[in-house]
Ligand binder design. Structure first.
Ligand code: AMP
Ligand code: MG
Length: 406
């Protein structure tokens, strides 16, 4: 008698919708700018003050009255950036000024130093300037009250600089999800230690921790659980208490020691236990209380592909990021590709530009255990069920995971 799974195969779309409906947006916290990189803004940011806040010199030179036709002007002194004195420019006079300095009273233009000669308290002005020349007026870059950043923006270098430029020391962002990580399997050994007979090194705990960080989460690797009901159960119960999401790998297929599903059933609700995809078919999603639990397959590539398709969207959503979708591109196959005729298969590929077209080359053997197939891949080819042999030159859809190289 063939053993059949009690879990129906669900579609990728159904799985994702189910997950996103159970990925609550986390509360808003205020973080210092030094810790804001990658955070998702939880509120619009309005500039409390204009930038620049005073009329400022755009060049090194002399502050003058624009309408003044005098060639030789008396030098009244200087006004350096960051200093404001009591000098007042009038026709026949000028004040030496540096870029970023406030314009002295009376002046309405700056003459670049290149068009001047200064000698013994006098400056010769060798050009004429219009009012406002080389002055950055108040609010030229940012007006007071202007909305400079929108809620939902992911904070990068420019955005963090902008917050500082308008005087804000903190950013309101959604808290990052704390993600518990557990590898399951009697066969797993610790990298750095010698392997006992029959063991392999645990790689999922490390690859998934890195993937969690890249998705903006905070990984908490909790170690390896042996394939025993109590070990896995006590981990889960403990992890649920102080994490926002739980990620396990291994123990979800059809083997005798595939313990995850029954434990999740006992402590929470299993929403699906199989998805029509390759690799990653046994990926399982449950909730314990309101905490999402992702039980990923043990094969290292399956675990990372399932992470990309299901866990990353959840972690981004929990951070308030509505734009987590990867770009989808139409690419041309550089060579023939054989794929699963019945399940959507995600083959790892390098997409590059050739003669103005996007071309994809897969990364060699596509076994679920071959992590090397993800190394050097910047895309997943999304190969829909159907004709199992795609010729070179066929057009397929690629999910772009990383920028396209040369
Ligand atoms: P499982 O999903 O537990 O049936 O495991 C499927 C395959 O993935 C087996 O060959 C396991 O040895 C392997 N595997 C499971 N967990 C890990 C892990 N953490 N690191 C590397 N390989 C793993
Ligand atoms: Mg196992």
């Amino acid at each position: 008698m063939p053993v059949d799974s009690p879990y129906p195969l669900v579609s990728i779309e159904h799985a994702l919708t189910t997950i996103l409906a159970r990925s609550p947006v986390l509360p808003v916290i205020r973080v210092p700018l030094a810790q804001a990189l990658g955070g998702v803004l939880a509120a619009d940011v309005v500039a409390p003050a204009p930038v620049p806040p005073f009329p400022a010199a755009a060049k090194d030179g002399y502050a003058v009255v624009a309408g003044d036709a005098t060639r030789h002007r008396r030098l009244l002194g200087e006004q350096m950036a960051g200093h404001v004195g009591h000098l007042r420019v009038e026709p026949g006079s000028a004040v030496r000024i540096t870029t970023g300095a406030a314009l002295p009273a009376g002046a309405d233009a700056v003459v670049m130093v290149e068009y001047t000669t200064e000698r013994e308290g006098w400056v010769e002005i060798e050009t004429t300037v219009a009012p406002g020349a080389d002055i950055r007026p108040v609010g030229q870059d940012i007006a007071a009250g202007q909305r400079v950043l929108e809620r939902g923006t992911v904070l990068g270098a420019a955005e963090i600089g902008l917050l500082a430029a308008v005087g804000l020391a903190e950013a309101p962002v959604h808290r990052r999800p704390r993600v518990a990580l557990l590898s399951t399997g009697d066969e797993l050994g610790e990298p750095g230690e010698p392997l006992a007979a029959g063991q392999i090194y645990d790689s999922n705990r490390f690859s998934l921790a890195a993937a969690v960080s890249l998705a903006g989460g905070v990984p908490h690797p909790l170690g390896i659980a042996v394939d025993a009901h109590e070990a896995v159960e006590s981990f889960l119960v403990q992890a649920v208490a102080d994490h926002d999401a739980i990620l396990t790998s291994g123990g979800v297929s059809m083997g005798k020691l595939d313990l995850l599903k029954p434990i999740l059933e006992a402590h929470g609700e299993v929403h699906f236990g199989r998805v029509v995809m390759k690799p990653g078919k046994p990926v399982t999603f449950a909730t314990i209380g309101d905490k999402p639990v992702f039980a990923l397959p043990g094969f290292p590539v399956s675990a990372l592909v399932a992470f990309e398709l299901f866990v990353r969207p959840a972690l981004r959503t929990m951070q308030g990021d509505a734009h987590w979708q990867r770009p989808r591109l139409q690419v041309t196959l550089a060579h023939e590709v054989e794929h699963d005729a019945r399940r959507t298969e995600f083959q790892r590929a390098a997409v590059y530009v050739d003669k103005g077209r996007f071309v994809a080359r897969t990364t060699g053997a596509q076994g679920s255990g071959r992590l090397l197939s993800l190394v050097g891949a910047n895309a997943l080819l999304e190969l829909a069920p159907g004709e199992p042999l795609l010729p070179a030159g066929a057009e397929v859809t690629a999910l772009l995971l990383q920028p396209i190289g040369a």
